[in-house]
Ligand binder design. Structure first.
Ligand code: GRF
Length: 191
């Protein structure tokens, strides 16, 4: 399956997805990375791994979110993309794009959804006195961080954790979880 990864920044999950897809028996290959931020560090990392990486900034499209998404969508189609993985893509999607990729777009979120949708998940979990945190891979639907969960991983919250320390621990779990769930999802998708 030809997969595209959408990013806005570091791209550490993107790297895990690319690398797992390069294993000989992997059911997918990452063929394209798109970032809405031109300076995203992940773009260069993708190229180093031999994957085409394109910046398609939203700013020139002004307030017209859908126009930007139509450009993204066209790029995905041109590359024969069959499934999309959001990995730190920090733009809210319009219903239009979500419908184009219904049941073919996944996201990873750094909390145990339905707990803590949205931003600052780690600070909120620490603040609440939670004893564990984690991450969720889910199907993208119109509601933000609301689609059906496909898998979760849990990590402990330890005394003295800051949001940054916890974020590192959760990310290590994300890097294991996302490729595994994407593979399971794609294997089930095939007839
Ligand atoms: C991850 O924590 C992911 O769960 C969230 O954004 C972060 C992206 O990190 N959606 P990276 O760019 O993959 O390092």
């Amino acid at each position: 399956t030809r997969v595209a990864v959408l990013i806005s920044g570091t791209g550490s999950n993107m790297v895990s997805l690319i690398e797992a897809g390069q294993a000989p028996d992997a059911p997918y290959e990452v063929v394209l990375v798109v970032s809405n931020i031109a300076g995203a560090a992940g773009l260069e990392k993708a190229r180093t791994l031999g994957v085409e990486a394109v910046a398609l900034e939203h700013a020139p499209f002004g307030k017209d979110r859908e126009a930007h998404e139509r450009a993204v969508d066209a790029l995905l189609r041109e590359h024969g993309v069959q499934a999309v993985a959001l990995a730190g893509y920090m733009r809210l999607l319009t219903p239009w794009l979500v419908r184009q990729w219904a049941s073919r777009m996944l996201n990873i979120h750094p909390s145990l959804l339905p707990l803590y949708p949205g931003l600052n998940t780690h600070a909120r979990a620490i603040e609440a006195g939670d004893r564990e945190a984690g991450c969720t891979v889910h199907i993208v639907t119109e509601g933000v961080d609301e689609g059906p969960a496909l898998g979760q991983a849990r990590v402990p919250i330890l005394p003295g954790d800051t949001a940054e320390i916890l974020s590192e621990r959760v990310k290590a779990a994300e890097h294991q979880l996302y490729p595994r769930i994407l593979m399971e999802f794609l294997r089930a998708l095939k007839p």
